[in-house]
Design a protein. Structure first.
Length: 181
């Protein structure tokens, strides 16, 4: 499936937006394992250019990420939010993320409040479905880029296309997606 333009609707106010959803670790930033410190953020090659490219094409930009380190007691939710704030601050104005969504849960977690099965932990589509509803996203013209089968399963569950990022230059990967190759 190649990303497509949104369908025309009766009025501009009724129009649904198209969106690109990204897994965080391994797609936008290097997966260093349980990242909790903004100073440890390393961007994947081409990530910021890919975000700017998609925004210029009219896509809304979202991050959906499992953060089981919270449930495991490695860090608190505030650490996840600091990392996301630092990521946003590092982006040029034309590549800003519309919203970061994360799941702090894990059924085997050691922190009782987060040790649960939920509908937001990928491969479940809960995070995607909530963002799609809240931001009036057109599923047919939206997609997710992830680096794991669980990301693609969440996309399928939410009724959007999913693409597996094999690593390397994210902007080149996005350019090929947009070109349909």
């Amino acid at each position: 499936m190649t990303p497509t333009a949104p369908q025309d609707t009766a009025s501009k106010d009724d129009a649904l937006a198209r969106a690109a959803f990204f897994d965080r670790d391994g797609v936008l930033i290097v997966d260093t394992g349980y990242l909790s410190e903004p100073k440890d953020i390393v961007w994947v090659d081409g990530a910021q250019r890919a975000l700017a490219r998609l925004a210029a094409c009219g896509y809304r930009l979202f991050v959906v990420t499992n953060q089981s380190g919270v449930a495991r007691g490695y860090f608190e939710e505030a650490a996840v939010e600091r990392v996301h704030a630092a990521m946003q601050a590092a982006l040029p104005a034309d590549a800003r993320i519309d919203e970061f969504a994360y799941c702090p849960h894990h059924p085997d977690g050691s922190v009782a409040a987060y040790a649960t099965a939920c509908d937001c932990r990928k491969p479940a589509p809960g995070m995607l479905n909530r963002l799609i509803a809240r931001h009036r996203i057109d599923r047919a013209s939206s997609f997710l880029i992830g680096d794991r089968a669980s990301d693609l399963a969440a996309a399928t569950g939410a009724g959007i296309a999913g693409f597996l990022f094999p690593g390397g230059d994210l902007d080149g990967f996005v350019a090929r997606l947009l070109a349909g190759t």
